[in-house]
Design a protein around this ligand. Structure first.
Ligand code: NAP
Length: 332
């Protein structure tokens, strides 16, 4: 089969022939139809991710059809359209992931291939209103955004939400999920075009975080502060979230692209703020996220589609940060 293989960190990924996997007991063989890139995949190729194991087929997000069954798997699963849960080993709804927790696509082979063999417990039925490409845009980003908003920040209908860096894959899904939940959503971005694209999806407004005093402009534009703030940038800009948060606000973050930050403790305790770290999600949350997408008929945004042969160029596209929505490989 064809697969995008990383031979060693800091080398370019390339499309190569490799043996098709064989499902073992309790596994299914999925013919991948679409797979999406996350920043994690790019960090791994750049050697910026801990514990990189090579050679490896990357890719945490995939959708496809079950075309083979390992021993012990019920035959009713054959030909089912499925979406893969990238969270491996966090089946019980505990507050944190267990030490044995893994993410699909390193150290285990992932979805940038024509076929993948995975445990049956990793597959869920694809929401019927989504194309393969749209469904592939959902798993890692949707799960991370869902847990951050609903499990960690306990978002309620009609609350005011700020999503920073809305052009990010997780951020955009957080924006869509929060709008679908009935929140008033504002965004920041380094691009006016992306702010306008978010407004077209239902956001109320936004400001460019590259502009000086963007936080003051946002308070004015939004006519007040926010109950929930979602961030993955961290860095110098993070301190402004303490001013932007309403009393009792929850600031939830799952990334630190711009590095570490300092916070003023007085602002945190006086305003009774909660600073909440969040990572991926458990199996229950993955199912809840899919149900929510089904109920609200939410359609994840696909920025562009690529072939496996165009793998290195697709990775460059993400590295340049010009995308709005997920970068998806169309396979088979
Ligand atoms: N903990 C977890 O479970 C988890 C899960 C997924 C991702 N992550 C992490 O979260 C981060 C984002 O991942 P992703 O896949 O969503 O990446 P991505 O799609 O590449 O998004 C990165 C986005 O960050 C935004 N950004 C850059 N500088 C910013 C700044 N100074 N202030 C605000 N936003 C800024 C940009 O938004 P604009 O384009 O709008 O300017 C950019 O699109 C990465 O560090 C990733 O490793 C963690």
């Amino acid at each position: 089969m064809k697969a995008l293989i990383l031979q060693a960190p800091k080398e370019a990924i390339s499309c190569q022939e490799t043996p098709q996997p064989i499902p073992t007991q309790g596994q299914v063989l999925v013919k991948i139809k679409a797979a999406a890139i996350n920043h994690r995949d790019v960090y791994i190729t750049q050697g910026l991710y801990p514990g990189v194991v090579t050679p490896i087929i990357l890719g945490s997000d995939g959708t496809g059809e079950i075309v083979g069954l390992g021993e012990g798997v019920d035959s009713s699963w054959l030909k089912e359209s499925v979406v893969l849960n990238p969270s491996i080993g966090w089946e019980t709804a505990t507050n944190v992931q267990p030490k044995t927790y893994e993410i699909l696509g390193m150290p285990k082979n992932g979805c940038f291939a024509e076929y993948i063999a995975v445990d049956l417990k990793q597959v869920h039925k694809t929401p019927k209103h989504l194309s393969s490409e749209q469904a592939a845009a959902l798993p890692l980003a949707g799960l991370t955004a869902y847990r951050a908003l609903f499990s960690r920040a306990q978002l309620q209908k009609n609350e005011r939400v700020l999503i920073s860096g809305v052009g990010g894959g997780v951020a955009l899904l957080a924006c869509q999920l929060a709008i679908a939940a009935g929140a008033d959503v504002y965004v920041t971005s380094g691009s006016e075009e992306k702010i306008n694209q978010a407004i077209a999806l239902g956001a109320k407004g936004g400001v460019n975080y590259k502009e000086e005093n963007w936080h003051k402009a946002l308070l004015k534009k939004a006519n007040g502060g926010f109950d929930v703030i979602v961030d993955s940038a961290g860095g110098d800009g993070f301190k402004y979230f303490l001013d932007l948060a309403n009393m009792g606000g929850r600031i939830v973050f799952y990334g630190g692209t711009r590095g570490s930050f300092k916070v003023n403790p007085q602002k945190v305790f006086w305003k009774q703020l909660s600073l909440l770290g969040s990572t991926m999600g458990n199996t229950k949350e993955f199912g809840q996220m899919l149900d929510f997408v089904d109920e609200t008929q939410l359609i994840p945004v696909v920025d562009s589609t690529w072939t496996l042969e165009e793998g290195a160029a697709a990775f460059d596209h993400m590295d340049q940060g010009k995308q709005f929505g997920k970068i998806v490989f169309k396979i088979n």
